[in-house]
Each structure stands twice: as C-alpha cells, then as structure tokens.
Design a protein. Structure first.
Length: 401
C-alpha cells in the first residue's frame, strides 16, 4: 500500500502503546517493517507518546481527508491519547474516559431491566427446583464432550457460512478461510474467553476454543456466527479487502481494543446469529449436536432460551458498571451475581477476572452497547441490506445515535 508519513506515524503510535498495554492491539496486518521497528526499539516513554498523539491530532486537518474519514481518524486518535494519559496516571472521570475511548456515553444501570430478564429466563428454563438448580442441570446435560468440540464447532461454522452466502451473496473473497485451534493453558487467550477470533490477514482467521471453559451444544451456532460468519471473520475480511487493500485506508490494517471501532465490531458479531436464523431455526439446527434430544426441552422452550441469550450480556454490563463505576468490592460483586442464579461460579469468576484486567475491563460493556446501538438505530434487527452496510463501511458508534 501507499503509506503516508501520517499513516506510518499513526500505526507506529498504536504499536508503541501496545508495548505498554499488552493486548492493546488485537491484530495488525499493516507493513511488517513497522512492526519489526517497534519490536526492536526500546520502550518509548508515555510522555513522548503523548506528544506524538498531539502532533498527529494537530496534523490531521492538513492531510486532505474527506469529512467522514477525518472524523473517524480523530476519534481513534482521541482514544489512543486517552489510553496514553491512562498509562501516565492522568486522573480522568470514568464516564468521560469511556466516552473518549469508545465514542458513546456509558448509561446508568437499570436494575428493573435485569429483573425483567430474570423473569424471562425463569419462564424459558422451566422445571422443578430453584433456577440455580435448573441451570446447573442444563449446563451439565448440554456440555459438549471434549473430543467432539472441534468437529462440532467446524460443522456449526459450515452451517453459518452457507447461510451467510445465501443471505448476503458472494461478499467474501474465494481464498478466505478459518483455522480452528483447541488451545492449551499456555495460550494467551487461556484465561479470557471460551472462543476468540484472531485475524491473521490475507483473509485468514484463527478461532481458538479453550476446553477449560465449558462448551455447550446449544451455543455452538451463536459462537460460530459471532466469531466467523457473518461476525468477526467476515467483518475483518471485508475491511481488509475493501477498505485497506482497495481504498488504501491504513487505519483498517489494525484493530485497537480500546477504540470506537470495537463497539461496532462486537455489536455486529453479537447479533450475527439472529441475522441468519429465527430463534426456532436456531433451536432446530442446534439439536443435531445434542447427544440425547429425546430428553431435551421442547423446540418452543429452546427458542425462548435463544431469545433470552441475546440479552444476557446486559447482566455483564451491570456487573462491570458496579465494579468500575460504583467501585464495588469483588466480594459484593460475587454476592450480587449469585443472587440471580443464572451463571455458574466458574462463569462469574471468569467475567470478574476480565473486568479487573486493565486491558479488557471496559470491553465487557461493548457487547451489550454495540448490539443495542444497532437495534435502536434500525428499530430491531437491521435488514440484510443494512447489516451488510455495517460490514462494508467504517461507522462510528455516534453515527448510529
């Protein structure tokens, strides 16, 4: 690609921040020489990085970009500057910092909405005993045997890929592909997520599945859609082909975790399975992975459960809000989470580790925020045409308000 000095300095700044905040750059597919340069050099001080970010912000207006591109880059630069100030110990009120990082306001929690979610879950997961007992029983009977995780997830990917092509046409280049890897404890995604999509460039992704997390057959389809088709992999492949390679937009050769782009990445991925299939269709397709379908819930109940699954990220939003804004102790958060009887102790422990991880903490909000931004913009699920438009174009969260 033809990389301007401005573009080079932009990418170098992000890569240098990554040396201070491990995992800050989720993927980088830009010029290899820049990555090698940063790998070889000594750690650059936060003060020098702050100066570099201010220079880039001041230079932006002279680059000749159109209004939309200039605004997009400005939001990314503000997010990077905010991360540098955070490294430097600058005190920024939490909500202001969140707005500068993600281009969207963090709204106060509404416990009444969580009460409604709990009512819906109670209705969807009918049975005798407490909700906690019912959820434990369901988790146990729906757990995928470890020796089936790879093959069943691969089949779920095939199903979502076929439907993506049917719904959106030939939007993917012919040589795109996904590798699936069962990770071990030494892998860096080990303590964070059951599934993680790493975009490797040249239309190739690797999806890590961590067997230390429980994998459930009822979630295979939604996970395949989220990570693969038409979620993250599809989104990044299209961005690389159309925005980076064809339009020479260097900012799409990198994904910064603490940036406005990530909200829409997660929103697009979070609603992916519901774009492909109705709740009942999801239930019907998922049953092929069930070992004993005779002993499973009815299709109607499975469909209701799929419907509640879409809003469960709101629970994590509330938990993160209490942790990061209200500054609740870990013990108080655990008591609060246990009171709703929805998730396992392991699940609660994992999400709290994520919330208290300096790199990933604020990203817990993004699934719920991103999905709701899209749904509020389009009055529910977007049409296939509007969803494709989100995949094709570099929108900011504030564009959807």
């Amino acid at each position: 690609m033809k990389l301007s000095m401005f573009g080079k300095d932009f990418l170098l700044l992000a890569l240098r921040i990554d040396k201070h905040i491990k995992g800050y750059v989720d993927f980088y597919i830009g010029p290899l020489k820049l990555r090698k340069m940063v790998d070889r050099e000594s750690l650059i001080s936060p003060n020098a990085l702050l100066n570099d970010s201010n220079i880039l912000i001041n230079q932006l207006g002279a680059q000749g970009y159109d209004k939309e591109c200039k605004r997009y880059l400005e939001k990314l630069l503000v997010a990077m500057k905010t991360s540098i100030e955070d490294i430097n110990g600058v005190e920024i009120p939490f909500k202001e910092k969140f707005l500068r990082l993600y281009d969207v306001d963090l709204k106060p929690v509404k416990e009444s909405e969580l009460d409604k979610l709990l009512e819906d879950i109670n209705e969807a997961y009918k049975g005798s005993g407490s909700l906690d007992e019912r959820m434990k029983f369901i988790r146990e009977k729906r757990k995928v045997p470890e020796n089936k995780v790879y093959s069943w997830f691969k089949e779920a990917l095939s199903i979502t890929k076929l439907k993506t092509k049917e719904l959106f046409g030939e939007i993917l280049p012919k040589k795109e592909r996904i590798l699936i890897k069962l990770v071990k404890n030494k892998d860096r995604s080990n303590s964070k997520f059951p599934y993680y999509e790493w975009y490797l460039g040249n239309y190739l992704s690797r999806i890590d599945i961590n067997p230390k997390f429980s994998v459930y057959w009822s979630a295979l389809l939604s996970s395949a859609a989220h990570e693969g088709y038409p979620g993250h992999h599809t989104h990044f492949v299209i961005n690389e082909k159309l925005l980076y390679q064809e339009l020479n937009q260097f900012e799409h050769s990198i994904l910064i975790l603490n940036s406005p782009k990530l909200i829409l990445c997660e929103g697009i991925a979070d609603i992916a399975v519901d774009m492909l299939f109705s709740y009942r269709e999801q239930a019907e397709l998922s049953l092929q992975f069930c070992v004993n379908p005779t002993y499973e819930d009815t299709l109607e109940n499975l469909a209701m459960q799929n419907k509640t699954k879409a809003s469960q990220s709101f629970f994590w939003y509330i938990l993160a809000y209490h942790a990061l804004f209200d500054e609740w102790s870990k013990e108080k958060l655990i008591r609060f989470a246990n009171g709703f009887e929805i998730f396992s102790q392991k699940n609660i422990k994992n999400i709290l580790e994520l919330i208290f991880d300096p790199t990933y903490s604020t990203t817990v909000f993004l699934y719920n925020l991103g999905a709701n931004l899209i749904k509020n913009k389009y009055g529910g699920l977007p049409s296939a045409k509007n969803y494709l438009n989100l995949l094709l174009n570099p929108y900011l969260p504030s564009d959807l308000m």
